[in-house]
Ligand binder design. Structure first.
Ligand code: ATP
Ligand code: MG
Length: 151
């Protein structure tokens, strides 16, 4: 029952992030993640989806896609956007910008906490430019350690 492939597509609008957060939170809880891990997973998804909406979408109609894979050992989530290069060069994620963002962001910076939080709280965090010129963010949460599971 724990093995599942789930696909969701939401409009690129903040309004839809909360329902996604609730769905993933319930799924993680039912998979056996502890309450703290569920909250961490929800926070990470919130940050990644916010980025997909704010930085990776031209407008609300393009949508953000989520591919969720659950197993007895892990919860894996891919968040895919289509990019916002038409909004201006600043928001267009190039390979150079990607490495700049990944190395320069830290808690001491005023903005730019999203990626830092997502990287810190997930077991695997991978950010890639996809075929549409948008961004694919893949995070994995392992369910291996007894401390992570529900009492
Ligand atoms: N999906 C994305 N598409 C394009 N650029 C992105 C995407 N996600 C992040 N970025 C770029 O990476 C930068 C850092 O993202 P991060 O979430 O760490 O900070 P932020 O969104 O700017 O601010 P915060 O999340 O703290 O409100 C963003 O400002 C944006 O330029
Ligand atoms: Mg952000």
């Amino acid at each position: 029952m724990a093995n599942a492939d789930i696909k969701l597509k939401i409009p690129s609008a903040v309004f839809y992030i909360d329902p996604v957060r609730a769905f993933i939170g319930n799924l993680a809880k039912n998979l056996g993640f502890s309450r703290k891990r569920v909250a961490d997973i929800q926070l990470v998804i919130d940050e990644i989806c916010s980025n997909a909406v704010h930085h990776g979408s031209i407008d609300a109609t393009v949508g953000v896609e989520l591919q969720i894979r659950s197993s007895a050992h892990a919860l894996e989530i891919l968040v895919r956007d289509t990019g916002s290069r038409h909004k201006g060069k600043k928001n267009w994620l190039t390979h150079e910008r990607l490495s700049e963002i990944e190395t320069n962001r830290s808690p001491s910076n005023e903005g730019g906490h999203g990626i830092f939080i997502a990287k810190s709280l997930s077991d695997t965090y991978k950010m890639e430019i996809n075929a549409t010129g948008g961004t694919d963010v893949r995070v994995v949460f392992q369910l291996l350690k007894p401390a992570d599971t529900k009492p």
